[in-house]
Write a protein that binds this ligand. Structure first.
Ligand code: COI
Length: 401
């Protein structure tokens, strides 16, 4: 089927970028074979040596882990084996395991919150499950039933619920991960895999807290390209971003604003999606890059767009998913029609931007008087938090207990 499509596309008049994009979106989730993932088979082994918990203000993002983890092995011949919740522990893997050599690894980032009534809530887990399946399928790892994995994660969260900090701004970061575990150096689809979930109590993502950041517009290194895998949550997409981030940091900028192509299209910021607010005559425009295969399908991105479309007055606002360039941003800053910019992601939720350095030119992004954020970033942070912490009932909240 892929061959026919490829032939059909290459004989059409579409541009190479469009061809690649159409080809990539033609990947379908493969049929699941063997035993399905099933919460009914869950076995739980509780720890006998619970760890001491840190005071929330001492938490550093992703450094502390709860008492338990979920593990589900998979094999091509049998399908999903018995899921187990076990004490948090090291994995023991043969040095030839394919994850170490060919990067058969994908992950998700999601969060669980404790509300004022003591209930535990996850935020839009269905979105993470769908994205994880698409990512896993792209690197020949197995897919699974989304509801079953969500229920397994809910069991793990429930067991370690004492680890969820209750203060606003704090949560339990959940890290579903899947790795290929076949121990062989042949470059093949893994015949075995391990799905596991670990959890980390977290506070603000940046040590500086909710503070506007300075960015370096980066075009010498490219995060993602048409036909590539930049829209997938593969660990392999993250390591190559660290050196450019270090280089930006050495010049005093916290993150990279990733540009693409000769046009300098704005794509993402650090590990987050990027939003800008422009003024067009009497109207304002909230704009972010379109999902064209080079942009991660962020859950927070989707939530911001949905909330803006639902709650912003359409007589005053246009909500756009469109391509825009760094030149447009710089020109608008000069003309006074750049109103705001921020990043969005699960870890930081929103991260306001105050300056972008573009080839040595400082492009200043306005903030609210006396504040570290623009008004849209602040509004979105509050609206999303109200749902996450159950202050407003919303279908995006998945209540565990
Ligand atoms: C996020 O913003 O949610 C991320 O993807 C960051 C994560 C890799 C720590």
């Amino acid at each position: 089927m892929l061959k026919t499509l490829s032939r059909r596309l290459s004989s059409s008049a579409a541009k190479p970028q469009q061809l690649a994009q159409r080809l990539i979106s033609s990947f379908e989730l493969p049929e699941q074979t063997g035993a399905p993932l099933s919460v009914a088979k869950l076995a739980i082994e509780k720890t006998t040596t619970p760890k001491e918990k840190l005071a929330p203000e001492k938490l550093v993002f992703g450094h502390t882990f709860t008492d338990h983890m979920l593990q589900v092995p998979w094999s091509a011949s049998e399908g999903w084996l018995e899921p187990k919740i076990v004490p948090y522990q090291n994995l023991s893997l043969d040095p030839a395991t394919c994850v170490f050599h060919y990067a058969f690894e994908c992950f998700e980032g999601m969060k669980a919150y404790r509300d004022n009534h003591g209930k535990i809530r996850m935020f839009r887990p269905d979105k993470n499950m769908e994205r994880m399946k698409k990512t896993a399928a792209r690197i020949c790892l197995p897919t699974f039933d989304s509801d079953e994995l969500t229920k397994l994660i809910a069991k793990l969260v429930e067991l370690d619920s004492e680890w969820i900090p209750s203060n606003r701004g704090y949560s339990l970061y959940l890290r579903p991960t899947m790795i290929g575990t076949q121990a062989s150096l042949g470059v093949n689809p893994p015949s075995s895999a391990l799905l596991y979930v670990i959890m980390s109590p977290v506070g603000p993502y940046y040590p500086t807290g909710f503070k506007a950041v300075r960015l370096e517009a980066t075009d010498y290194a490219i995060r993602a390209w048409p036909g590539g895998v930049g829209d997938k949550k593969l660990g392999a997409n993250y390591a190559p971003g660290i050196l450019p981030q270090r280089m930006a940091a050495s010049r005093g900028f916290q993150q990279n604003l990733w540009l693409f192509g000769e046009e300098g299209y704005v794509t993402e910021v650090g590990t987050m999606n990027a939003f800008f607010v422009f003024k067009n005559g009497d109207k304002k425009e909230l704009v972010t890059a379109p999902i064209d295969g080079t942009i991660l399908e962020g859950v927070t991105r989707d939530s911001i767009l949905a909330l803006a479309r639902e709650r912003f007055d359409p007589a005053e606002w246009d909500i756009s998913e469109r391509k825009f360039t760094m030149k447009e941003v710089a020109d608008r800053a000069k003309a006074g029609t750049l109103l705001e910019a921020f990043g969005s992601g699960t870890a930081a939720v929103v991260s306001p931007i105050k300056e972008i350095n573009w080839h040595g030119e400082a492009v200043n992004v306005p903030l609210q008087e006396g504040k570290e954020s623009g008004v849209v970033a602040e509004t979105m942070a509050n609206w999303i938090a109200e749902i996450q912490y159950g202050e407003k009932e919303h279908p995006w909240s998945y209540v565990i207990e």
